[in-house]
Structures are given as C-alpha cells and as structure tokens.
Design a binder for this molecule. Structure first.
Ligand code: NDP
Ligand code: SSN
Length: 338
C-alpha cells in the first residue's frame, strides 16, 4: 500500500522508533524539521535519535541543493563528486569530503546517491572504490537517481550482499523544489531503512511515498517522467503552431494556464520558451534518458506507448542539435529545425 506522509495528521511513528540495526546515534544530535499534516501545513518536531553521519554522492543540479538542505538542517554530511570542485560550496558550508564513494560509505551510517543515469549510478555504487565496498551491516544506501528497475535491483543486490539495507528513492520535482526542500520521494525497498531515513526525506522534500518492492519507485518515476516528456513535446508543438497562424504564443500560455489543461510546468517554462531561452533545471539529456527507460519498461509488459515513442524521437533530434545540456524545454528547437 502506498503511504504518503501528507496523509498522516499526526507526527509519524518514526519519531518513536529506534533506528534500525546498529546505526550509531548522536546523543545530542537534535534536528528541527517539518512534518506534513493532512492539510499540508508544516509543524516542527524534534528527533534526538537519528543516524549520525550522512553521506551524499553526486553534486549535480539536484544533489548539491539536497545535500545543502541536510547541512543547513544541522546534519553531519560527507560529500563526494566525480568532479571534486563541485563539492567546494558544500565544504564551505561545513561538509566533510572523502575522495571516493567507498570512503564516504565506510565513514557514514546512511549514504544517499544522486547520479546522472543507470551507468553512473551502477558504477558509483558497485564499481571499483564504489560505495558497496564501504558498506556493511547496520548501514543504509539510498539511491535517489532516476534509473530503471533492473539497475536498481542490481544495486540493491550488491548492497544487501554486504549486509546493508537499500532503498530506491527517485524524486519528482526539479532544481527549485530541490533548493526549497519540496521534492516528492518515490521510495521502495527496505521498509526499516525507509522509516529510518524519513526525517531526512522530510528535510529535502514535501512528501514521500513508500511503494513496496525495489523497482516500484523506479517504475513510478519513469511513468511520471514519460507523461512529462510527452506533455512538453505537445506544448512545444502548440507554441509553434500558435505563432505560425499569427497568434501571440504568450497569450496561448496565459489561456492554457487558466483552463483545464493548466499545469505548473507550462506556466513556469512557457514564458522563457516563447523567448527561446532555456535555463537548465532539468537537462534535456536526462529527459530523453527517462523516455528511453520508460519505453523499455512499457516494452517489458507489452504496453503500447506511441505518444511517448514519438516524443522520445523529438528529444533525440534535439540532442543531435547539441541541446543535451539545455533545459528539456529546449525540445521546441527540434521542431523549429524542420
Ligand atoms: N534536474 C532535475 O530537474 C531532476 C533530475 N532528476 C534525476 O536526478 C539525477 C541527477 O540529475 P541532475 O542533478 O539534474 O544531473 P546533473 O547532470 O547535474 O548531475 C549528474 C551527476 O552525476 C555525476 N556523474 C555523471 N556521470 C558520472 C560517472 N560516470 N561517474 C560518476 N559520476 C557521474 C555528475 O558528476 P560530475 O559533476 O563529475 O559530472 C553529477 O554529480 C538524474 O538521474 C536525473 O534524471 C530527477 C528529478 C529532477
Ligand atoms: O526528473 C525530473 C523531474 C522534473 C520535475 O518533476 O519537475
């Protein structure tokens, strides 16, 4: 059964639980963080028994603000990134740095990972000097990257072989929600680890869903992003068509925002798309990766997804025009090219 903290009117039970296994706790470690009620209002609560040291691997667009929020909430955070310089702002805020995922995992109780794609998530978790080499009984690994179910299950097997716990927890929400601690976590895996890390998810996010077995979080995330990628492709066609028939695309954006198909994404991205400006929040290459993985998921159950397949082709064209690192809304440029 899916459980969302938004549905819990009272302080959840994890405040009353001991951490799992032999997580060391910091006796004087006390955090103040938000808990969402059924009305989505925030209340503060104190937790005096939490895993002491938190690792964070991957200081990209998402990982960096997520780790910053943990630091700002008073957590003891150790960071690593392939490109070390991206750790510097975190180190300035008080984070410790270790030169490999293995050393982060070895020195921390729970390690989060926010990597680009299945290949990097697998390499950082299970490759040479990967996190698995530093894991062991009583530790936990939480992969918040967007990957496919088979990759997540493989990482889970490696982690659990060391005696550690594993949770997949991809996120909905982009750069700004990451900065604002407003992400939505789609988790699956070891329920005891979910309960243990819930306070940290609540620092970084506004809600969390526990979806059962490993693979379900990844699948939920891919379905959501498949819908999003198709929506953006369709919105791009609409903007260009409105222009071609002599309408003001800014008025189209306004009309859409007031009707039944309004979406925060259209209101957020529309004004810059009409100016052909694409400040990167969600890189286009990642959206195409998610469509590719979603199509694989659909294939695995013989589900027809012709709209997503067409959208995927458009993002591939956009990539071939050198737009990989632009925001995914730059997919509109692929339509201008023909
Ligand atoms: N941006 C967004 O709006 C959202 C993104 N996501 C997902 O979150 C994940 C991260 O996204 P985002 O932060 O935007 O991406 P970025 O491209 O900004 O960051 C990617 C991270 O992965 C690291 N990385 C890439 N390849 C390797 C490798 N081979 N070995 C080790 N590390 C590697 C990068 O290190 P380096 O700095 O050295 O390149 C960087 O830390 C992706 O799975 C994405 O789909 C989910 C929700 C929203
Ligand atoms: O994976 C990226 C998701 C972006 C978003 O949810 O706004």
């Amino acid at each position: 059964m899916a459980i969302c903290s938004s549905f819990c009117p009272q302080i959840p039970s994890y405040f009353k639980q001991k951490p799992i296994g032999s997580f060391p706790t910091r006796p004087l470690f006390s955090l103040s963080f938000k808990v969402l009620s059924s009305q989505a209002s925030s209340v503060s609560a104190k937790a005096d028994e939490l895993p002491g040291r938190i690792g964070f691997l991957g200081m990209g667009i998402m990982g960096s603000p997520m780790a910053q929020n943990l630091l700002k909430a008073g957590c003891d955070v150790t960071v690593w990134n392939r490109t070390k310089s991206k750790c510097d702002p975190l180190i300035s805020l008080g984070a410790e740095y270790k030169p490999s995922p293995e050393e982060v995992a070895a020195s921390c109780d729970v390690t989060f990972a926010m990597l680009a794609d299945p290949e990097s998530a697998l390499d950082v978790a299970c490759g040479k000097h990967g996190a698995a080499s530093g894991m062991g009984p009583g530790k936990g690994y939480v992969d918040v990257s967007t990957v496919d179910g088979p990759t997540s299950k493989l990482i889970s097997r490696h982690m659990k072989a060391t005696g550690a716990s594993f949770l997949e927890a991809p996120v909905s929400g982009s750069k700004k929600p990451a900065e604002d601690g407003q992400l939505i976590f789609l988790t699956a895996g070891d329920k005891s680890l979910y309960d243990t890390v819930a306070p940290f998810l609540d620092i970084m996010g506004k809600s969390r869903f526990y979806l059962g077995d490993v693979g379900n979080g990844a699948a939920m995330k891919l379905v959501v992003n498949m819908i999003m990628g198709s929506m953006m492709a369709s919105f791009s066609e609409g903007i260009l068509l409105s222009e071609k028939v002599g309408l003001d695309p800014n008025v189209l954006v306004e009309v859409v925002s007031q009707g039944a198909i309004s979406a925060p994404m259209y209101s957020l991205k529309g004004p810059s798309m009409t100016k052909s400006v694409y400040p990167t929040a969600f890189p286009l290459k990642h959206q195409q990766k998610d469509l590719r993985l979603a199509l694989g998921l659909a294939e695995s159950v013989s589900q027809s997804t012709p709209i997503a397949a067409a959208a995927n082709e458009l993002y591939k064209v956009a990539k071939s025009h050198g737009l990989s690192d632009q925001d995914f809304s730059a997919v509109i440029e692929a339509l201008k090219a023909n």
